[in-house]
Ligand binder design. Structure first.
Ligand code: FMN
Length: 180
């Protein structure tokens, strides 16, 4: 029987959704089944948990934390998350540097573990995307500040995808293996 993975995702401008889709493609290429769900949909419409052998949650870091609905979903579904193999990944631009691309070195991952009643054992840090032209002026300014502090790009025309897509595919194969 094929294993079926659920990938739940939450971001603001679509990059987390794109990473979730890449995970899905990797799971399917490796012989599994996979569904994607936005966490807003999962929260309000519910999840048919019996269909899934493993679950992955992915969220973008926005101003040092995560969209509130991620924690609401986790709180309301903690027992189901814990009832099957599970994994959490985060997306941030600070993870573009190797030191901040590890679970221990990424303070946002530590923050997630502080805020979440669900304590996933399997964690993954993924570098996100800088997209100044598409961000609102206020967000652009704030992220330019973060970048200045972390010696990253501040040119307001920059669009830089820091995601290592082969590594995301490896993670997809890894989560399928978790379900076995
Ligand atoms: C409003 C906003 C705030 C952000 N805050 C942070 C931050 O505090 N630290 C960081 O490393 N990245 C931050 N980022 C970068 C995002 O985590 C990154 O761009 C990610 O790829 C966004 O995914 P999304 O398109 O799914 O929203 C921020 C991005 C936005 C748009």
């Amino acid at each position: 029987m094929k294993k079926r993975i659920l990938v739940l995702h939450m971001g603001r401008t679509g990059h987390t959704a794109r990473v979730a889709r890449k995970i899905m493609e990797s799971v399917v290429e490796s012989g599994g089944d996979c569904d994607l769900m936005d966490i807003t949909e999962a929260t309000y419409e519910g999840v048919d948990w019996d269909r899934y052998d493993a679950v992955v949650i992915g969220a973008a870091v926005l101003y040092g934390t995560y969209p509130k609905i991620v924690f609401r979903f986790i709180k309301e579904n903690r027992a189901q998350l814990e009832a099957r193999p599970n994994s959490f990944f985060n997306l941030s631009v600070v993870a573009r540097t190797p030191a901040k691309a590890t679970v221990e070195g990424n303070r946002y991952m530590q923050k997630f573990l502080e805020l979440s009643p669900w304590q996933p054992k399997d964690l993954k840090v993924i570098a996100g995307k800088v997209d100044y032209p598409n961000w609102k002026w206020y967000d652009r300014l704030m992220i330019q500040l973060i970048m200045k502090m972390t010696k990253g790009p501040t040119d307001p025309t920059s669009v830089i995808d820091y995601t290592d897509w082969d590594d995301v595919s490896d993670y997809g194969r890894h989560v399928l293996a978790l379900a076995d």
